[in-house]
Design a protein around this ligand. Structure first.
Ligand SMILES: CC(=O)N[C@H]1[C@@H](OP(=O)(O)OP(=O)(O)OC[C@H]2O[C@@H](n3ccc(=O)[nH]c3=O)[C@H](O)[C@@H]2O)O[C@H](CO)[C@@H](O)[C@@H]1O
Ligand SMILES: C=C(OP(=O)(O)O)C(=O)O
Length: 601
């Protein structure tokens, strides 16, 4: 553990007699995650307009579960978390903890973490870069072990999302913090551990508040953090830490007073319901002019949204302490909902994580609705996609003006791509209200934050289908014979879903192999080198979304297999071409931009 501190101390460039200086703001911007391949699958196919009815169960909160999972690193022994949503982000967080040496066991919605075997202060950087919440382990690691090396995080691409407040806050607690090779490297300056101190955040950042709170719980002495975030997820984290033996006062207000303890112990915790998921389903009821029951939800956590929906003309009834009924059925005013103004802000302001979804609703209301995004500077990615459905929205920087139904917004199905979590969900909501069929690509963004979203909508009566790439378990073998031919065998018939482009035309298709090319009979791909063969194998084994650019001249379309060595991408192109229906692409030069193997529609 002390290796990092020793290395940093031996660095001649670093003079420990000088107080740490803040790192330049520009250096602290997270690296943008580089998507290796096109994210097309899974897709959702939604046919609307939908009418919803019945009850929807709300899962545990992603944004509470992530910092609480990080906080288990503060605790010796075992922590048991119930009601953890089964999401890409929580599974990734579990791998982050495991990469440090923690024992992590996942049973459906329960996660047990035992940190007694933690041997590293450097979590797997690839996992950290996939999500935002992974970065929060910085606080517990430096708090408990005196040092940490954590890669800059990923998460939704909705702004620069720098981490300067985390760094300056840790420096105020006596840490030396450096940025090297895209990683934040930190150690406690006095060689023992952090010391309590005071720090005022320039902005009430949720992640920085949570990270500093966890670090301060194990600092020597008292820490005062001011202008902190007041979000319910911060309160949930404080509750878990206090159950584990910490002393945290003021959670939910803008000032935290934390008395450091030398040790915290594992405890049990039930993750609170996800207020953003609940809010999204409230909006689903409104946009489809339906009536649904939503529980569990803590009404005070969605009061901002309730005010907006009531102003629009929806009816909301509280059935019990954690059950709401949201109704926008025709006859009760639902046909003609009124537009309204939205400005996002830190809690108790309107949540930025509901801005894209409420914008979808506004496209179906009457009147002009101004929307101002004040938390993230680049959270308008959904607007272009909503426009493809027929929405009329003008954008200027972080503000938008939504022209409602009476100003010409009429939604009808189209082919869309999700580019971030909540933006993706706004497309789902709009698709539910659209006439006809909408295909939504990039649903993996939505799966980061909504557990079983398609099943929940289906049970409410929506016509929603999920199209997935075939799971690798369905593939029974990838055979490489002596002549280095790669054969893909599947247990059941697979389809090839492809996307081709010619000029500005895009063509999407799904091809079932002809009988002569049944899966089970091999796709033969000759690789140009062992290296390319390895690359191909790895990609196919991991169930890939292969992306390549290669023109297919019509004569080669006739070829069923590639018999001579060529480049990796041209071999794949030929393999794909061999599965296209004869003549489908032969009339013009197309570029295959992506293809995947999956189930039939
Ligand atoms: C995993 C998680 O809990 N994610 C939530 C968390 O993200 P996250 O914790 O990343 O969001 P923050 O509250 O930190 O970000 C708010 C604003 O503060 C800025 N900032 C933040 C830190 C910093 O060191 N410097 C800085 O300038 C950000 O760029 C952004 O403009 O809160 C956001 C705001 O409610 C939510 O949208 C996210 O869903
Ligand atoms: C922005 C979000 O997530 P993250 O911070 O994990 O990217 C979100 O949940 O809307």
């Amino acid at each position: 553990m002390k290796k990092l501190a020793a290395t940093l101390r031996s660095n001649k460039l670093m003079d420990l007699s000088i107080a740490p200086k803040p790192l330049p703001h520009s250096l602290l911007k997270p690296l943008k995650p580089q998507p290796e391949t096109e994210i097309a699958y899974p897709k959702l196919i939604i046919t609307g307009p939908s009418k919803l009815s019945g009850h929807v169960p709300i899962s545990g909160s992603k944004n509470s579960a992530l910092p609480i999972l990080a906080a288990t690193l503060c605790c010796s022994g075992t922590s048991i978390l119930h009601n953890v949503p089964n999401l890409f982000d929580t599974r990734t967080m579990a791998s982050v903890l495991a990469s440090l040496g923690a024992k992590v066991e996942v049973f459906d919605n329960e996660i047990m973490v035992n940190t007694d075997g933690v041997q590293s202060v450097e979590p797997n950087a690839d996992e950290i870069r996939k999500i935002r919440g992974g970065f929060f382990v910085l606080g517990p690691l430096i708090g408990r072990f005196g040092e940490a090396v954590v890669a800059l995080p990923g998460g939704c691409d909705i702004g620069a999302r720098p981490v300067d407040l985390y760094v300056r806050g840790l420096q105020a607690l006596g840490a030396v913090v450096e940025l090297r090779d895209g990683k934040v490297q930190a150690y406690a300056l006095n060689g023992r551990g952090l010391v309590g101190g005071s720090f005022q955040l320039d902005y009430p950042s949720v992640g920085a508040t949570e990270t500093l709170m966890m670090a301060a719980c194990m600092a020597d002495g008292t820490t005062v953090l001011s202008n902190v975030a007041r979000e319910p997820e911060v309160v949930d984290l404080a509750r878990f830490l206090m159950k584990s033996g910490a002393s945290v006062e003021g959670a939910g207000s803008n000032k935290l007073v934390i008395k450091g303890k030398s040790q915290l112990h594992g405890s049990k915790c039930t993750i609170a319901p996800d207020r953003i998921e609940a809010g999204t389903f409230m909006l689903a009821a409104a946009i489809t002019r339906s009536c649904i029951l939503i529980s569990p939800v803590i009404p005070s956590q969605v009061s901002c949204l309730m005010q907006k929906l009531l102003a629009a003309g929806c009816k909301i009834r509280q059935w019990s302490h954690d059950t709401l009924e949201v109704s926008a059925v025709s006859g009760s005013g639902g046909e003609n909902l009124r537009g309204f103004e939205v400005k996002t802000g830190p809690f108790p302001g309107f949540p930025t994580d509901l801005q894209p979804q409420i914008m979808a609703l506004l496209t179906t209301c009457n009147g002009l609705s101004p929307v101002e995004e004040s938390v993230f500077e680049k959270r308008m990615g959904h607007v272009n996609e909503l426009r493809k459905l027929g929405a009329k929205i003008q954008v200027c920087a972080s503000s938008a003006l939504v022209f409602g139904k009476d100003n010409g917004s009429v939604l009808s199905g189209s082919c869309l791509s999700a580019t971030d979590l909540r933006g993706g969900m706004s497309l789902v909501l709009a698709a539910l209200a659209s006439k006809g069929t909408t295909e939504i690509n990039g649903v993996s963004h939505i799966d980061r934050g909504y557990e079983n979203v398609d099943t929940k909508l289906h049970l409410l009566g929506a016509d929603v289908k999920r199209l997935t790439a075939l799971p690798s378990s369905e593939l029974n073998s990838l055979i490489v014979d002596d002549s280095k031919k790669v054969r893909l065998k599947a247990k059941k018939t697979v389809w090839f879903h492809w996307k081709a482009e010619r000029g500005n035309q895009t063509s999407l298709g799904s091809t079932k192999p002809e009988s002569s090319r049944q899966v089970g009979s091999p796709i033969k791909i000759t690789a140009a080198s062992d290296h390319e063969l390895n690359q191909l194998q790895q990609k196919l084994c991991a169930f890939p979304h292969l992306k390549f650019h290669c023109l297919i001249p019509p004569p080669i379309l006739e070829a069923a297999t590639c018999s001579s060595p060529g480049s990796f991408s041209s071999c794949l192109t030929l393999a794909a071409a061999s599965f296209l229906p004869p003549g489908s692409l032969s009339k013009a030069l197309y570029t295959i931009v992506s293809w995947t193997v999956g189930n039939g529609i």
